[in-house]
Design a protein around this ligand. Structure first.
Ligand SMILES: [Zn+2]
Length: 272
């Protein structure tokens, strides 16, 4: 990844250290100890999950910083967003029964998750899966960028864990017309920078899955959850319902804490 010279959102400098997760989360979900697992994987063109670079570490995410945004963004709209979204994410993380979420709350939660994931991608020197125009969209349009899907669910939190994060980036090559079907072929493993990402973030009882691509193919109807997860997770973005029922289903069982495993393949390259 090339060194950043400007803020990922507005393009201006100089860059400052930004906490990848707001420190206010420590008040809502205190870190439980050294049991936290965090994993970042970059699947480069030609690699598989098994051969990809993998980083695991044990540190509270809200103590980690990334140098990818400017001071005005950090202290202006990003800080405002952390505060504005707190009344939505806080009860979900604490496992409080809220019944349902209105469209305004759904939108601000989806926007906040997109902002968090955009910054978390820079916590390591890995290739980000979001494009610069998608970053700019988050700031200017106050929502997840095009090509993004977000699901959330109630995580059946094991007693010994409070935060989990898994991140995968990889390349979906530009689509080519499929002459046989008249649709688009979806080649994988071709040369190119990462343009797609899979992120799984759990904070307390809130589990979120974010899939995104800057590929011209978009996510399309293929990006859907396997049945084992679909029962527990509800689609938050694109907005699908006026009132989002919470929880959307039975809790996501802790045994599926590595539930991201293979999901990016399912979502983007289903068996055909
Ligand atoms: Zn900025």
């Amino acid at each position: 990844m090339a060194d950043l010279t400007g803020c990922i959102f507005c393009g201006n400098g100089p860059l400052t250290e930004e906490h990848v997760l707001p420190r206010r989360l420590n008040r809502i979900v205190p870190f439980a100890g050294d049991d936290h697992t965090e994993m970042m994987i970059t699947i480069r063109p030609g690699q598989t999950r098994e051969t990809a670079q993998e980083i695991r570490y044990r540190q509270p995410p809200y103590e980690r910083t990334a140098r990818c945004v400017c001071e005005p963004c950090n202290h202006d709209w990003m800080s405002d967003l952390d505060e504005a979204a707190e009344h939505v994410y806080s009860p979900l993380m604490r496992g409080e029964a809220i019944g349902r979420m209105g469209p305004g709350d759904q939108r601000v939660l989806a926007w906040w998750l997109a902002k968090v994931i955009a910054v978390m991608e820079y916590a390591d020197r890995l290739q980000p899966g979001m494009s610069s125009s998608q970053h700019r969209w988050i700031m200017e349009r106050k929502s997840p960028p095009p090509g993004t899907k977000v699901w959330i669910g109630d995580f059946d939190l094991p007693g010994d864990a409070t935060y989990r994060y898994e991140h995968v980036t990889w390349c979906i090559a530009p689509g080519v017309p499929d002459l046989v079907t008249g649709g688009w072929a979806r080649p994988r493993g071709s040369a190119g920078d990462s343009n797609s990402h899979f992120s799984m973030l759990t904070v307390g009882r809130l589990a979120a899955i974010i899939l995104g691509t800057a590929s011209a193919l978009g996510l399309g109807p293929l990006a859907d959850l396997p049945p084992s997860l679909a029962a527990s997770l509800g689609q938050l973005w694109p907005l699908r319902t006026k009132y989002f029922a919470w929880p959307p289903g039975p809790p996501v069982p802790p045994s599926t804490s590595e539930f991201g495993e293979g999901l990016e393949n399912f979502a983007f390259f289903p068996e055909r």
